[in-house]
Design a protein around this ligand. Structure first.
Ligand code: IPE
Ligand code: IPE
Ligand code: MG
Length: 245
């Protein structure tokens, strides 16, 4: 198994889990079977991150645009999510993982919303890792929502325009309380962000792999982390400035 540096782990990994449909096609199955297999990869990745010692894992599971997919597929994704929550709640609890979400969860099916609330409540005191699911999530929606809230807080005298800085904007986003991702992984050989964490990815390291999400294994995760560790994050400074610190 690939060796990684335990002293330079990404604190927060975000993953765009893409390629379930193409995986299914490759295996001459329907798309829904691909999503089922994708749910397996979610379980192994969560456990792998917990074992490695990652503090926060954000998984892009359903985008605001994914509501436009055929009804049958949306229904199947909602029931897979409910299933995942049912079956994995005890494991999350045992592994001391706290479940959180970002996105417009109000839009989710009522049965899913109810389960989400239950599992969030059950795991809220867990501190070993945060599993943050992006559900009905769109980054532009998130930013619009933040702008509206800032304007209304300003009108109510709770927010002064001159005080607005990076941290203020960050605190109005769904990801308030979560550090920005250090590493973004996208599977399936697509090289785009697809409306994911536009603000928060400002200085994340991006890693793209051709592996389709249902085939993503612990070794693929370790490879992504090793690549991350081989990079120099400069945040706009020079290499000398970084190394002299
Ligand atoms: C990712 O796989 C899962 C979701 C977007 C819900 P896709 O369903 O997008 O798979 P491809 O891109 O069609 O292969
Ligand atoms: C992004 O994948 C959303 C999720 C992984 C949940 P999509 O498959 O929806 O993205 P596009 O349409 O290829 O950009
Ligand atoms: Mg896709």
């Amino acid at each position: 198994m690939l060796k990684i540096d335990q002293n330079n782990l990404p604190r927060h990994i975000a993953i765009i889990m893409d390629g379930n449909g193409r995986w299914a096609k490759q295996h001459t199955m329907g798309r829904i079977r691909g999503h089922k297999k994708g749910a397996q990869a979610v379980k192994t990745t969560v456990t792998a991150c917990r074992e490695i010692g990652i503090q926060c894992l954000t998984l892009f599971a359903f985008s605001s645009e994914n509501w436009g997919r055929p009804n049958e597929e949306v229904n199947a994704l909602m029931s897979l999510l409910a299933d995942y929550l049912d079956k994995e709640a005890p494991t999350l609890q045992k592994q001391e993982i706290m479940l959180t979400t970002i996105g417009d969860v109000e839009r989710l099916y009522p049965s899913v919303k109810k389960k989400l609330l239950e599992v969030k409540k059950l795991t809220e005191k867990n501190r070993k890792m945060v599993l943050n699911l992006a559900l009905s999530y769109g980054s532009r929606d998130e930013i619009i929502f933040a702008v509206k809230k800032m304007i209304s807080d300003n009108r109510e005298g709770k927010l002064n325009v001159d005080d607005i800085d990076n941290d203020t904007v960050g605190s109005y986003l769904y990801t308030n309380n979560i550090p920005d991702p250090d590493l973004l992984i996208r599977t399936s050989g697509e090289y785009r962000i697809s409306n994911f964490l536009l603000w928060q990815l400002a200085y994340s390291e991006l890693y793209f792999t051709d592996v389709l999400w249902p085939d993503f294994k612990k070794d693929d995760l370790l490879t992504a982390i090793a690549v991350y560790q081989s990079r120099e994050r400069r945040f706009g400074l020079t290499s000398e400035q970084i190394n002299d610190k």
